[in-house]
Design a protein around this ligand. Sequence first.
Ligand code: HEM
Length: 456
Amino acid sequence: MPSHSPVEFSGPLVTPRPFYKQWMLAGNRAVFFDRLVEDWGDFVHYRGLFNFYLINHPSLVKRVLLRTGHEFDKKTIIYNRFRNVFGGGLVVADGDQWKRRRNLLQQVFGPTTVKQFFSVMVDAAAGLADAWETGRRDRSVFDISRDMNRVTLEVAGRALFHDAFGDVSEQISRWTHTINRYSAKPPLPIVRSFWFPSHVNYGVKRVLREFDSFLQSMIDDRRGVGERAAGPDDDLLSILLRTKHEETGQSLSDREIKEEVLGLIIGGHETSSAALTWAWYELHRNPLAQQRLCEEINAVVGDDPLTLDHIPQLNYARMVIDETIRLHPPFWFENRNVAEDVELGGALLKKGSLVAFSRYSLHRHRDFWAEPHRFDPDRFEPGSEENSHSSHAFIPFGGGPRVCIGVHFATLELVVMLCSLVRRYRVVVDESDRHQMAANLTMTPAFGLQVRLEPR
Ligand code: HEM
């Protein structure tokens, strides 16, 4: 751990010449932001096609996250683009609308409530492990990122609708992909406005219509509308339909439920899928970590079926996951609007300014992480200095009031998937393939991850 780690940002704000390396914004944006902090430090006022303040110091990030809803909000050009997709959903809502929806969804996603989805996760992992058997025997090479996408979508489907999406799963994957690509595009004026008759806008509007009628049919099922019988009452959709605001007693309308469910499908499965894909990549490159993980699983679970009681004992698995999402944060980019003139890091930021940060750069900050690019799960050993130093140097799930509502669901899912599959297979990454990172809405390997399987 570097001994000079500053806990508070001590300045200054640096303003490079206008359009500094603007051309890089057309390529990989995480690399561009990384370059800005490398060249100019932790607080940069960028002026170009877009003007923004880039922050890369945990104390600045902490302030912005904790004060969201007061000095900062989500009324940015980037979130406006998301609003075209998610309407008034939790992820884009602000003010009282956000408070109301957060109250309702929080009841559904507490650490105890999500445990009821443990068996859904275990079954999905077991199904995938069985399906892999043929590929292992044939020694075939395949893209594991696709399987991680399928299995996390299956978990989302079973948790939300008691259904693995079955025939519609490919379609949902495609819809999600279209929406993610749309949301990740830079919000250029006019051509990127939602009314502009572009191919991209046409495509995303069609997907939204299809998604809407699919979700409405699921809601109608639960309500027993028309010919159909009422659906199961223990999936997330049924729970959402029943949940009432703790103070007002109000529940969500159909439109609100559709917005939230869309957000949960999109926000919830590609992020977990990206985390798992990167975990396979890192475990291949770090055989000692893989060995320790297997030893832990053998010691804790042995040949027994995985149960909820095992989860808190799988410490190293959790550390592997944390280290994976430190280096490869799935939801890597964040931005906020300055809601009122505010002092930040010794500078005055005017109302309406855009503040942004990249988790990719923050999680590799050399003042807070020793050998920041090295994969080392031991950093997350409970009580280790790096782990305890500054929570805001590590924020894969965000922080403050807008912290990820799916954090308990996602961490349980990641531990279950990783442990269930590592018990049965050694995943060997095809070294000859191109391994490059793509930074769209989520951070993923740009060309998937080609692997083959070996038995344990
Ligand atoms: C590895 C998996 C995941 C990662 C890395 C992740 C990351 C994040 C981050 C960083 C935020 C905060 C954004 C901000 O500051 O504005 C967030 C918010 C959110 N996440 Fe996740 N997420 C994951 C999984 C999930 C899952 C499984 C669900 C749902 C089941 C989910 C639902 C949401 C929702 C609804 C919000 C908005 C919360 C609010 O604004 O009040 N996420 N997520």
